[in-house]
Design a protein around this ligand. Sequence first.
Ligand code: UDP
Length: 326
Amino acid sequence: MQVLITGGAGFIGSHLAEALLDRGETVAVLDNLSTGSIQNIRRLQQSSRFSFTEGALDDHAALDRLAGRADAILHLAAAVGVHLVLERPTAAIETNVLGTHALLSAARRYGCRTLFASTSEVYGKGAAVPFAEDDDLLLGPPSRSRWGYAASKLLNEFLGLAAHREFGLPLTIVRLFNVVGPRQTGRFGAVVPRFVNLALGGEPVTVYGDGAQTRCFCHVSDVVRALLGLLDEPLATSGEIYNVGSDCEVSIRDLARQVVARAGSASPIRHVPYDEAYAPGFEDMRRRVPDISKIKAATGWSPSLLLADILDDMIDFEKARLAGKG
Ligand code: UDP
């Protein structure tokens, strides 16, 4: 099978590319390296079944050429990170909506099996956890930039399902909850690599707000397994949305404590008000827990790694990186 991965030089995309190559597929990556990096795919470039094109989704000629050769497309290219979304909201919304529009047009031209990454952000401020795929969604007002990201990803979901219904595109959507693992960087805000870096550097670990907000963290290897499982079930899963994530909830305050302890660090934990961390009026989600029964029923998938394993893996990766071996 020939697979095109948009955003394949990013954190999750590069792990997917690696797993697909390992099982004998041919992989083409399209990435503009805005938040991904060549370093992530350096090792993959040694394979004759791997190719890399540096470009964005608005390069319609490149997209058409790559889609024309692909049996399947994994669409992960998107604006990433809360800070980017707050600082450059126009670029974030345009990247997501126009990029996905271009991608879906190309996929339709060639009838490619398509799987694309949406986000748990679409559940917005909903408080009724766990979140199921058919739940009503509660977003904040457009005066708060954060919700523009959620709305742009939600529009992508509508576009994707419309292409499935109207034109028979074999398309599946995954709503990714918090994913963690090697190659993830804290530069775009992700909390686990940030806490690990701060703890290893002996600096105060910054918990935003009161730290009682919760998240569920899933290892990237489990997420890759979920996505490949869905890719392999085109008939049963086309036209469907699946939550992908862990359902083990941890508060951010407790996460900070665990990271400091597992890293053997003496870092203090420092609370930082949201207004200072992001922007005045920033709205966070208090709890975010997926209902993962739908993907379990469709493919038998469930996460295998626990938070302690995930944190240890991240700490080992960061130690190796800091020592120049990563
Ligand atoms: N967070 C924090 N300190 C940091 C970075 C993030 O307390 O240095 C919090 C953030 O406010 C949120 C949670 O950790 O409540 C998860 O943040 P992240 O940006 O990783 O993902 P989100 O789930 O918000 O998309």
